[in-house]
Design a protein around this ligand. Structure first.
Ligand code: PLP
Ligand code: COI
Length: 369
């Protein structure tokens, strides 16, 4: 939709202070991850009894909030992350945004927040990408990262679901998530902290999960590692995730390549990259399994030479190989600390689909502009 047409779901009010092409080009040089933002954002209000109001695409900037807003006290806050990629013909397409809309609503339900109609989620993305299309980088590995969030804004200190919310969508041109680019990371297996417990919020993308992870991430850094690996809360044996990413293990069994990722138990975030890689792996002729895997299995499979690689995956960094593992269970090295061929192949295959450099038959790419 062109910004000048009337959009029934979202009013378009362009910023009077949009960056000049020179300023934009300067800010988009080495964007890193999540450090620069486009000229606009979309805000959609919700009120109990009235439902979702008309959204507004407006200049990016601070929002005013009552200090009694319940998000500031009781943490009803959820978010998503997906990317828009420039295609070879100049179009801009998002990778599986409907899947993010669905997961957003699963997160909302877990936090007793209202569901947002998928049409509003997608229309907000379309409006913002259309308005700020000049901010979508073109190089492979670069994209426009879309960050939808929902917060509880009612000024009320009673512990109950808020009656008012804001949905906000931001966009951030991004390059590599990890400053070193695609370099294997060293991970610390956390015995002291857990990310999520059965019955908790592990499957939801809620702000509190990330707040609770930071001290473990700091401990990992203190141990000379880049990232934390989470174990299950009950047995403290089963591997769940790596930092804010899902994790895969690669085995060579009787001449067959097998990729294994922990099964979704309710405590893991059901990653959209994880789901996509399971499908791509099968299309590449690998066997793909979702099952439980213990730290002991990780260590012994390496010692016995059955496991050859491990890598993490998520929207932000796509695929990040694991080079070294440190823990109180011992230290070991994966694939000589280098990127393995299966991680490299999966990464290349996925990135080519996202950038429109290869055909994809799943209907994953949704054209926005
Ligand atoms: N696990 C956690 C805890 C995450 O925050 C993310 C990021 O969204 C992922 C996994 C990967 O999910 P996705 O591939 O949908 O980005
Ligand atoms: C991911 O996309 O993999 C993430 O975990 C996003 C992160 C910045 C929360």
């Amino acid at each position: 939709m062109s910004p000048t047409m009337t959009n029934p779901m979202i009013e378009i009010r362009p910023s009077a202070q949009a960056a000049s092409p020179e300023e934009r080009a300067k800010r988009m040089t080495n964007p890193g991850f999540g450090r620069i933002f486009t000229d606009h954002m979309v805000v959609v209000p919700y009120k109990e009894g009235e439902g979702w109001g008309r959204g507004l695409l407006q200049a990016y900037g601070p929002i005013a909030m009552d200090p009694a807003a319940s998000v500031l006290h009781y943490g009803q806050a959820i978010f998503e992350g997906f990317k828009a990629y420039r295609q070879p013909d100049g179009a801009i397409a998002c990778f599986r945004p409907e899947a993010n809309a669905r997961r957003f609503n699963n997160s909302a339900a877990r936090l007793a927040m209202p569901e947002l109609p998928e049409a509003i989620f997608l229309e907000a993305a379309k409006a913002l990408i259309t308005q700020d299309q000049a901010w979508v980088p073109g190089a492979v590995g670069e994209s426009l990262y879309l960050r939808p969030l929902m917060i509880a804004t009612e000024a009320a200190l009673g512990v109950r679901p808020s009656n008012e919310y804001l949905f906000i969508l931001l966009a951030s041109p991004s390059g590599a998530y990890f400053p070193a680019g695609v370099k294997p990371v060293t991970v610390w297996i956390s015995d002291d902290y857990v990310r999520a417990a059965p019955g908790g919020t592990g499957f939801a993308k809620c702000a509190g999960n990330y707040a609770a992870s930071l001290v473990a991430q700091r401990q990992a850094l203190g141990e000379g590692c880049d990232q934390v690996v989470w174990l299950d809360a009950v047995h403290r044996q089963y591997i769940e995730e790596m930092g804010g990413m899902n994790i895969f293990f690669v085995y060579q069994e009787k001449g067959e390549t097998v990729v294994v990722t922990p099964e979704l138990t309710g405590t893991l975030l059901p990653g959209i990259t994880r789901d996509s890689l399971l499908q791509i792996a099968r299309e590449l002729g690998y066997r793909a399994e979702e099952r439980k895997i213990t730290v002991d299995e990780w260590r012994t499979a390496i010692e016995e030479g059955r496991m050859t690689e491990a890598f993490a995956c998520g929207t932000a960094a796509v695929i990040t190989p694991v080079g070294h593992v440190k823990s109180r269970h011992g230290n070991w090295t994966m694939h000589n600390g280098e990127t393995g061929p299966v991680a490299a192949k999966l990464r290349e295959t996925l990135l080519n689909m996202q950038h429109g450099l290869s055909q994809e038959s799943h209907g994953w790419m949704k054209r926005m502009v």
